[in-house]
Design a binder for this molecule. Structure first.
Ligand code: ING
Length: 304
């Protein structure tokens, strides 16, 4: 009996600074309803899906920064999303800014959660590869202050038994690093879920701008093929507060082929029925890690 997981990749267009959590949650719920109508089991939302991409601005008022964070998940603003997903029997991945107090210390992470069809959080991931910089750099057309506003994730790259398969998560810049996929590949991942906010323009390297879309697809297709896993990449896209961001939301098979691709830079749902066994032939041949990997020769990779 094939293990088919029907996935909805729920791309978001821009979220304005003035948009309230409630207004954004309404957009997410609209995606849930469309996905349910198409027979989905799982919906994947972007990175930081509840607010505008606030690391584009330098803020030295911590209260202002913290206004972009969720202090509980679900909280009053997100409870309706959890309730509607449960009613529709949909699991979902949600990216958001997490503020939590652990052992009396306030921690801040760029986080995603995997929520099951009963509305329970079954997995959490905290972004490990934080791009950008930590101090204000006025020469830039816009900032990218993830290293200022978030701590490096402390949960590793876990893979969860969920939805009948092995499901992993990562976030945005993580998708550019082969180690991200390989650590999950070594845990027999069958589907990697990830959201992203990717500006078209990268101030330190404008010559790369023309390749943004290509690099986005390249890294996810490579990660999928080299680890025989599905990859679901979901954008927050379009011109958000004056900063154009790429779309390119897509669902990629373990073959490395993109089976569904978004064609707008707005709220757009793309779906695919994903056979979780499609990676088996690769794991039993070209990427049979037990037979073909040579870890004794990879030491440099883990040395700092
Ligand atoms: N955004 C970007 C990403 O890795 C970036 C940062 C932009 C890197 C352009 C390279 C080029 O897709 C986040 N949020 O990580």
């Amino acid at each position: 009996m094939p293990r088919i997981l029907t996935v909805g990749a729920a791309q978001l267009g821009p979220i304005a600074l003035t948009e309230t959590r409630a207004q954004v949650v309404e957009r997410l719920i609209a995606h849930l309803r469309e996905a349910a109508g198409r027979g989905c089991d799982l919906v994947v939302f972007p990175e930081l899906a509840l607010t505008t991409f606030f690391p584009r601005w330098f803020m030295d008022d911590q209260a202002k920064v913290d206004s972009f964070f969720e202090h509980e998940m679900p909280g009053p603003d997100t409870q309706p999303l959890f309730a509607e997903a449960k009613r529709l029997r949909l699991a979902f991945y949600l990216g958001y800014a997490e503020l939590t107090v652990e052992k009396g210390q306030t921690r801040r992470f760029n986080t995603s959660v995997l929520v099951d069809k009963q509305g329970a959080i079954l997995g959490k991931y905290r972004k490990i590869h934080l791009p950008g910089h930590a101090e204000n750099e006025p020469w830039r057309a816009f900032q990218h202050l993830e290293k200022r506003y978030f701590e490096t994730g402390d949960l590793g790259f876990p893979v969860f038994d969920a939805l009948g398969g092995r499901i992993g998560m990562c976030i945005c810049n993580d998708r550019r690093w082969p180690e991200t996929y390989r650590v999950m590949g070594l845990q027999d991942v069958e589907m990697v879920l990830l959201g992203y906010n990717t500006p078209v323009h990268n101030p330190p390297a404008p010559e790369h701008d023309r390749l943004g879309w290509f690099h986005n697809q390249l890294v996810m297709q490579a990660g999928a093929y080299q680890n025989a896993t599905w990859v679901v990449g979901v954008a927050k896209a379009g011109n958000e507060e004056g900063v154009p961001m790429i779309g390119g939301t897509q669902i990629i098979a373990p073959t490395g082929e993109s089976v569904a691709v978004a064609v707008t830079e707005e709220d757009e749902l793309i779906t695919a029925a994903c056979d979780l066994d499609l990676g088996k032939s690769y794991k039993q041949s070209v990427f049979d890690f037990a037979r073909h990997r040579e870890p004794a020769h990879y030491r440099l990779i883990i040395e700092s």
